[in-house]
Design a protein around this ligand. Structure first.
Ligand code: ATP
Ligand code: MG
Length: 569
């Protein structure tokens, strides 16, 4: 491809509001273009990358025995009503009506449609197991679309669904998908960890997430180098630990004027945060106050709180609500003199802590040396603290590491969550009618493109791994008006095409500096730089990833590139 003819327009400006490197670089390099919030066009160079990701996924899925099909984007509401999700899916679902007032949604996921399809054709255990998949655009009206392709409202997903006769066989399908996913990410050069995950709203019995380590991911993974345990931090249990048999000191009321945060209080009193009781007031869905108590050095994990409460309908209380309900200010919330309608949850971290600092529900004062049993009695203990690095591994008790990451794939063993309500039954070998035991398996194709950039870039631009690069080779002609240079570059371009190298030829009438900057930005792994050295019969080969440069005779250049890209005969 000649760049002078190519629909590829880079920009020198950093786009506004693009925090994640992938978002900034994909826009700047001209791979994507925003249409509206969370909605992007994929431009030709970006499309070449997406196709490669798609094909890697397809190849591995096919190898596993899964069969590709294409379901519809327009999903009839009736199917969603059968499983109840028409009412429960909430505002993420794009709903619309046709000219006859029939209701549809734009598919955000396809459990209903696939179950409907399979129940029409599969009636016997002999037709099982079965795994079907598609690569298709999905629509979700996300609350907070952001980070470019990472959280879009229209995005590409590979979704697969397995159908088995029983739980045991379903687990085998699940394991084969887990293995397939790990192979896919390895082939794509995306570093991921396979983490145990929460089944959440989708239901079912167990689930794993594939998390790519990136700074802009929303997931936190805890993992243990000792025993190999890895899980989404929101499901890692933190137990009660009995603290030392410290001597109880006499309780004392001390003035703490204007001291609001745990850090300020700790500095003011000279007492470490582990000895301070933090109290956070939430308002639940029925507009009820809920007081969450936790050790001062820990944070509430709202995903854990959601699991405890069984709903995500809760929020932090506003300042005026704290004043109205507890007659105090934020920073002075405690356990004393609580109105009876305030529900209280104790985090495990507070269990057995002696000589605590506790606020009074009275501005500008705290108690020190507050002790359980003597000064207060515990209520219900729950596990709602955010897991931190150094917390004990639930499997072997060694210290965990915690890293931020981005979920790029998610697999669930669904059981009969969809087949039962949709009456998707088959006849088993014993002649009995049974519901299919299902699994579902998603990979974010467009999100992977962003995750790859987040893992492979520097301050100048993208460094595509060869497996997904839009082109394998870029030829830079540094001076189009110098005949010898131009002719050499043209000849190398022709030779590269003949050898089936995917090549982009920068034949634009631009300066060398401009072309180098663009080459760094778009990140093609290998370059042939054609410049002044042509007079000595040489060109330069450059590697974007390592920065290595090497002069080479013109006549050897293409065969050397063939070696580098592994296409050597
Ligand atoms: P998240 O927690 O990030 O919202 P999810 O649990 O809703 O993800 P799934 O329904 O399991 O995601 O979808 C399968 C895969 O599709 C995810 O692992 C992710 O890679 C991708 N994906 C989900 N939502 C989006 C989105 N809004 N934009 C881009 N990719 C997405
Ligand atoms: Mg989601």
């Amino acid at each position: 491809m000649r760049w002078s003819r190519y629909f590829l327009y880079t920009s020198k400006e950093d786009p506004a509001d693009a925090e994640a490197p992938s978002h900034r670089l994909l826009l700047k390099a001209g791979f994507i273009k925003q249409v509206s919030a969370g909605i992007y066009e994929i431009l030709p160079a970006g499309w070449r990358v997406l196709k490669k990701i798609e094909n890697t996924v397809r190849e591995e899925m096919d190898k596993s025995g899964a069969q590709e099909l294409l379901l519809t984007v327009l999903n009839p509401a009736e199917l969603w009503k059968e499983t109840g999700r028409w009412d429960t899916y909430g505002s993420e679902l794009f709903r619309l009506k046709d000219r006859n007032e029939r209701e549809y949604c734009l598919g955000p996921t396809h459990e209903e449609e696939i179950t409907d399809l399979v129940r029409k054709y599969v009636h016997s255990y002999r037709q099982l197991p079965l795994i079907l998949y598609q690569i298709q655009v999905k629509f979700r009206d996300e609350k907070r679309p952001r980070f470019g392709l990472i959280r879009g409202r229209e995005f590409l997903m590979k979704d697969a669904y397995s159908f088995d006769r029983d739980e045991e066989s379903a687990k085998m399908s699940y394991e084969s998908m887990k293995y397939t996913y790990e192979r896919i990410f390895k082939k794509l050069n995306l570093e991921t960890v396979t983490a145990q995950a929460s089944v959440g709203q989708i239901g079912g019995s167990y689930s794993h997430e594939f998390i790519a380590f990136t700074e802009y991911g929303e997931a936190r993974v805890g993992f243990c180098k000792e025993c190999g345990y890895a899980a989404n931090a929101e499901i890692i249990p933190l137990k009660q630990i009995l603290h030392s048999a410290e001597k109880e000191k006499p309780i004392k009321k001390v003035p703490t004027p204007g001291v609001k945060t745990i850090e300020e209080l700790s500095n003011f009193l000279g007492i470490p945060p582990e000895k301070i009781m933090k109290a956070v007031l939430y308002i639940t869905n029925e507009n009820k106050p809920l007081l969450v108590l936790i050790r001062g050095d820990r944070e509430v994990d709202e995903n854990k709180l959601e699991a405890v409460l069984g709903t995500d309908e809760f929020r932090l209380a506003q300042d005026d609500e704290v004043r109205h309900i507890l007659k105090t200010e934020k920073g002075f919330i405690g356990i004393f003199n609580l109105p009876p309608h305030v529900e209280v949850l104790w985090d495990n971290s507070l269990y057995g802590v002696k000589n605590l600092v506790v606020a009074l529900n009275e501005p500008d004062y705290h108690y020190i040396n507050v002790n359980p049993g003597r000064d207060f009695t515990y209520g219900d203990f729950v596990d709602i603290a955010e897991v931190k690095a150094g917390d004990p591994c639930p499997q072997c008790s060694k210290p965990l590491e915690v890293k931020k990451g981005l979920e790029v794939g998610h697999i669930f063993l669904l059981g009969t969550r969809y087949s039962e309500p949709m009456r998707a039954y088959f006849t088993d070998s014993d002649g009995k009618e049974k519901a299919f035991v299902m699994g579902c398996y998603g990979i974010g194709i467009s999100r992977i493109m962003a995750a790859l950039v987040d893992q492979h870039h520097d301050e100048k631009g993208i460094k595509w791994p060869l497996s997904v690069a839009p082109f394998e080779l870029e030829i830079l002609c540094l001076n189009m008006s110098d005949e010898a240079i131009r002719k050499t570059a043209e000849a190398l371009y022709k030779e590269a095409l003949e050898k089936n190298i995917e090549v982009l030829f920068d034949d634009r009438e631009e300066t060398a500096g401009f072309k180098f900057a663009d080459a760094d930005l778009i990140g093609i792994p290998y370059r042939i730089v054609v410049g002044k050295k042509v007079k000595e019969g040489r060109v330069e080969i450059q590697e974007r990833n390592t920065g290595n440069k090497q002069d080479i005779p013109i006549s050897n250049a293409i065969s050397y590139v063939l070696k580098l890209i592994g296409k050597e005969k």
